[in-house]
Design a binder for this molecule. Structure first.
Ligand code: PLP
Length: 391
């Protein structure tokens, strides 16, 4: 077997959840497990954290039914709402909650026999500036008034922030205040925050936080790959949480990355100065160079556009990618790391090289890198499986 894995540390998920809850003690947690839990494996993740969250969220119904088949029983919020009217028939039997964002979906709800009990399964999404999904926030009163046959006091009113991950951008504050101006007075439960909102914007923390990327231990702030911008640690937690001392007075916590992507060195070669490495001969050795070839490539989801210089980690040292990424292999310059040898394990990202740092080299975000790890890469789970079922 090829030694190429995404190691998933389940304990890191629990750790991150505990930390995130401490920062939003009065918000309920909607754990976002769409896209196979950002590449971590939705079923294993959901089983592990089910007792610690209030509900789960996925993008569309197929993802929810996979979780149900695996025995997950907490409510599941479908972030895109129903794509077809008949999906709504499963609302009660599968305990689904719908983020409804357009009039067609409202009409489908209105046709359902059980519509008077739908309110508690209904989230209404309002557009406050993202301009992707949702009813215009200006129409708030109108939408509520026109749909009292389905919306009731148990329904949740939600919006989504466009720029929560840019701390100095006022866009989020504008969205939050236009949302609260309209929605606050009516007594509905509210939901604004994603991970970035819950960290960066106090007013975004309402009744439900929709938490994705920070659950998996990555910062939602793309260039902030060492320390997620969490405020000072609540003192009761500072004893149990690992943290980086910024200075003597302020302790800021760090999230634990749950995914470590690893592969092995399958060849070592020494090439003379002037020779080139890889397809297209794009990288040329400026000196006598030792090249380590590692068994993972773009067919595994490692980005083909990763340029020479993209970091990885091996035996306590950072090493640099050279030459083009191939379908099944990568090449690294290990000239200055004489202890690196055949069959050594290389971390492509994880604890020592954060996925955001790799993403920055590639020109993308950690979310994309993690969700694109292909099915060819086995997920290996570490940590206690709390809800493990015997099958
Ligand atoms: C994916 C998603 C989230 C989670 O976002 P993170 O940045 O990963 O925390 C929250 N809300 C909606 C509507 C989403 O689509």
């Amino acid at each position: 077997m090829r030694h190429t894995y995404a190691r998933i540390d389940l304990n890191a998920l629990t750790y991150n959840l505990t930390l995130l809850k401490a920062y939003s003690p009065s918000s309920r947690v909607v754990a976002v497990v769409k896209a196979d839990s950002y590449g971590h494996g939705a079923i294993q993740v959901a089983r592990h954290i089910e007792d610690d969250v209030d509900m789960f969220a996925v993008a569309f119904i197929d993802e929810a039914l996979d979780l149900r088949e695996a025995g997950i029983s907490k409510p599941i919020l479908i972030l895109q709402g129903p794509h077809q009217a008949h999906e709504l028939k499963l609302t009660f039997s599968e305990n689904l909650h719908w983020m409804v964002h357009n009039r067609a979906q409202l009409a489908w709800l209105g046709e359902l026999k059980e519509r008077s009990s739908l309110g508690a399964h209904l989230w209404l999404k309002f557009d406050t500036g993202m301009h992707r999904l949702g009813f215009p926030i200006e129409d708030f009163e109108k939408i509520i008034a026109e749909n009292t046959s389905v919306i009731n006091r148990h329904s949740v009113i939600a919006t989504h922030l466009a720029c929560a991950d840019e701390p100095n951008n006022s866009h989020a504050a504008t969205q939050i205040s236009s949302f609260l101006d309209k929605a606050k007075a009516h007594g509905f439960a509210l939901s604004i925050a994603n991970s970035a909102g819950a960290i960066e914007h106090k007013d975004a923390k309402q009744d439900y936080n929709r938490i994705g990327i920070t659950l998996y231990g990555s910062s939602p702030f793309p260039s902030d790959y060492k320390l997620p911008r969490l405020p000072e640690l609540p003192s009761e937690l500072s004893k149990t949480m690992s943290s980086d001392k910024q200075n003597n007075s302020i302790t800021r916590p760090t999230l634990k990355p749950a995914m470590t992507l690893v592969a092995k060195v399958v060849a070592i070669r020494h090439i003379p100065k002037g020779d080139t490495v890889g397809y297209g001969a794009t990288w040329q050795a400026q000196r006598q160079t030792t090249i380590a070839t590692v068994s993972i490539g773009y067919a595994d989801g490692y980005p083909r556009h990763a340029p020479s210089g993209t970091p990885a980690y091996c035996k306590g040292q950072r090493i640099k990618l050279v030459g083009r990424v191939s379908m099944d292999m990568l090449t690294f310059d290990v000239t200055d790391h004489s202890n690196i040898d055949l069959f050594d394990e290389v971390e492509l990202w994880g604890e020592h090289v954060s996925v955001n740092e790799v993403a920055e080299h590639v020109g993308t975000i950690g979310y994309e890198l993690m969700t694109r790890i292909s099915s060819r890469v086995k997920r290996k789970y570490q940590g206690v499986m709390t809800n493990e079922r015997s099958e």
